[in-house]
Design a protein around this ligand. Structure first.
Ligand code: CA
Length: 141
Protein backbone atom coordinates (compact mmCIF):
# COMPACT_ATOMS: atom_id res chain seq x y z
CA UNK A 1 0.00 0.00 0.00
CA UNK A 2 1.46 3.34 -0.97
CA UNK A 3 1.82 5.99 1.69
CA UNK A 4 -0.24 9.15 1.79
CA UNK A 5 1.88 12.01 0.49
CA UNK A 6 1.94 15.35 2.24
CA UNK A 7 3.57 18.40 0.69
CA UNK A 8 5.03 20.75 3.31
CA UNK A 9 5.51 24.28 1.96
CA UNK A 10 7.61 26.19 4.47
CA UNK A 11 10.69 28.37 4.06
CA UNK A 12 11.86 28.16 7.67
CA UNK A 13 14.14 25.19 7.94
CA UNK A 14 13.48 24.36 11.59
CA UNK A 15 9.71 24.32 11.18
CA UNK A 16 9.97 22.39 7.93
CA UNK A 17 12.17 19.75 9.55
CA UNK A 18 9.90 19.55 12.56
CA UNK A 19 6.81 19.00 10.39
CA UNK A 20 8.67 16.46 8.32
CA UNK A 21 9.68 14.55 11.44
CA UNK A 22 6.22 14.37 12.97
CA UNK A 23 4.58 13.44 9.67
CA UNK A 24 7.17 10.83 8.75
CA UNK A 25 7.00 9.20 12.17
CA UNK A 26 3.24 8.94 11.72
CA UNK A 27 3.47 7.04 8.48
CA UNK A 28 3.20 9.81 5.90
CA UNK A 29 5.50 10.30 2.96
CA UNK A 30 6.67 13.90 3.03
CA UNK A 31 7.58 16.19 0.17
CA UNK A 32 8.95 19.63 0.94
CA UNK A 33 9.13 22.97 -0.83
CA UNK A 34 10.73 26.24 0.29
CA UNK A 35 9.03 28.62 -2.10
CA UNK A 36 5.85 29.04 -4.06
CA UNK A 37 7.58 28.24 -7.30
CA UNK A 38 9.09 25.03 -5.95
CA UNK A 39 5.74 24.11 -4.44
CA UNK A 40 3.91 24.49 -7.76
CA UNK A 41 6.48 22.22 -9.38
CA UNK A 42 6.09 19.59 -6.64
CA UNK A 43 2.32 19.83 -6.85
CA UNK A 44 2.13 19.23 -10.56
CA UNK A 45 4.81 16.55 -10.73
CA UNK A 46 4.05 14.56 -7.55
CA UNK A 47 0.30 15.09 -7.00
CA UNK A 48 0.42 15.02 -3.18
CA UNK A 49 -2.67 14.01 -1.19
CA UNK A 50 -2.55 17.02 1.10
CA UNK A 51 -0.73 20.35 1.37
CA UNK A 52 0.51 22.15 4.48
CA UNK A 53 1.10 25.77 3.56
CA UNK A 54 2.98 28.59 5.23
CA UNK A 55 1.66 32.02 4.16
CA UNK A 56 4.90 34.02 4.35
CA UNK A 57 6.92 32.56 1.50
CA UNK A 58 9.98 34.23 -0.01
CA UNK A 59 8.64 34.52 -3.57
CA UNK A 60 4.89 34.76 -3.11
CA UNK A 61 2.18 35.16 -0.54
CA UNK A 62 0.47 31.93 0.49
CA UNK A 63 -2.90 33.57 -0.13
CA UNK A 64 -2.03 34.06 -3.78
CA UNK A 65 -0.66 30.54 -3.91
CA UNK A 66 -4.01 29.16 -2.72
CA UNK A 67 -5.86 31.05 -5.44
CA UNK A 68 -3.46 29.82 -8.11
CA UNK A 69 -3.65 26.20 -7.02
CA UNK A 70 -7.43 26.18 -6.71
CA UNK A 71 -7.74 26.87 -10.43
CA UNK A 72 -6.73 23.31 -11.16
CA UNK A 73 -6.80 21.07 -8.09
CA UNK A 74 -9.01 20.40 -5.08
CA UNK A 75 -6.18 18.86 -3.03
CA UNK A 76 -6.78 19.61 0.68
CA UNK A 77 -4.81 22.66 1.84
CA UNK A 78 -4.17 23.35 5.50
CA UNK A 79 -2.60 26.73 6.16
CA UNK A 80 -0.04 26.73 8.98
CA UNK A 81 0.76 30.35 9.70
CA UNK A 82 1.97 32.73 12.38
CA UNK A 83 -0.72 35.16 11.24
CA UNK A 84 -3.44 34.98 13.85
CA UNK A 85 -5.66 37.75 12.54
CA UNK A 86 -9.23 36.76 11.73
CA UNK A 87 -8.94 38.57 8.41
CA UNK A 88 -6.11 36.29 7.27
CA UNK A 89 -8.00 33.17 8.27
CA UNK A 90 -11.20 34.24 6.57
CA UNK A 91 -9.34 35.22 3.42
CA UNK A 92 -7.44 31.92 3.23
CA UNK A 93 -10.66 29.95 3.66
CA UNK A 94 -12.41 32.15 1.11
CA UNK A 95 -9.67 31.49 -1.39
CA UNK A 96 -10.13 27.75 -0.94
CA UNK A 97 -8.00 26.60 1.98
CA UNK A 98 -9.67 23.77 3.89
CA UNK A 99 -8.31 24.53 7.33
CA UNK A 100 -6.12 27.02 9.20
CA UNK A 101 -3.69 26.28 12.02
CA UNK A 102 -1.76 29.03 13.80
CA UNK A 103 1.88 28.81 14.85
CA UNK A 104 3.17 27.69 17.21
CA UNK A 105 1.07 24.63 16.51
CA UNK A 106 0.42 21.59 18.61
CA UNK A 107 1.72 18.54 16.68
CA UNK A 108 -1.09 16.31 17.91
CA UNK A 109 -3.68 18.82 16.75
CA UNK A 110 -1.97 19.26 13.40
CA UNK A 111 -1.95 15.49 12.83
CA UNK A 112 -5.62 15.28 13.79
CA UNK A 113 -6.47 18.00 11.28
CA UNK A 114 -4.44 16.33 8.56
CA UNK A 115 -6.28 13.09 9.18
CA UNK A 116 -9.64 14.78 9.16
CA UNK A 117 -8.98 16.52 5.82
CA UNK A 118 -7.72 13.30 4.26
CA UNK A 119 -10.83 11.47 5.43
CA UNK A 120 -13.05 14.10 3.90
CA UNK A 121 -11.07 14.14 0.67
CA UNK A 122 -11.22 10.35 0.34
CA UNK A 123 -14.96 10.41 0.87
CA UNK A 124 -15.28 13.01 -1.86
CA UNK A 125 -13.45 10.67 -4.19
CA UNK A 126 -10.05 12.32 -4.04
CA UNK A 127 -7.79 10.77 -6.59
CA UNK A 128 -4.65 9.59 -4.89
CA UNK A 129 -5.51 8.29 -1.47
CA UNK A 130 -5.26 4.53 -1.41
CA UNK A 131 -8.35 3.20 0.30
CA UNK A 132 -7.80 0.98 3.28
CA UNK A 133 -8.48 -2.66 2.61
CA UNK A 134 -11.79 -3.80 4.03
CA UNK A 135 -12.01 -7.33 5.31
CA UNK A 136 -15.47 -8.83 5.23
CA UNK A 137 -15.92 -12.50 5.94
CA UNK A 138 -12.31 -13.21 5.08
CA UNK A 139 -12.55 -11.49 1.72
CA UNK A 140 -10.41 -8.43 1.10
CA UNK A 141 -12.31 -5.74 -0.75
CA1 CA B 1 7.61 31.82 6.27
Amino acid sequence: MSKVRVLVIEDEKNIRNFMQTILTSNGYAVLTARSGEEALMMLSSHCPDLVLLDLGLPDTDGQIFIQTVRKWTQVPIIVVSARTHERDKVQALDFGADDYVTKPFNPVELLARVKSQLRRYTQLGGANVTPEVLMIGGIAL
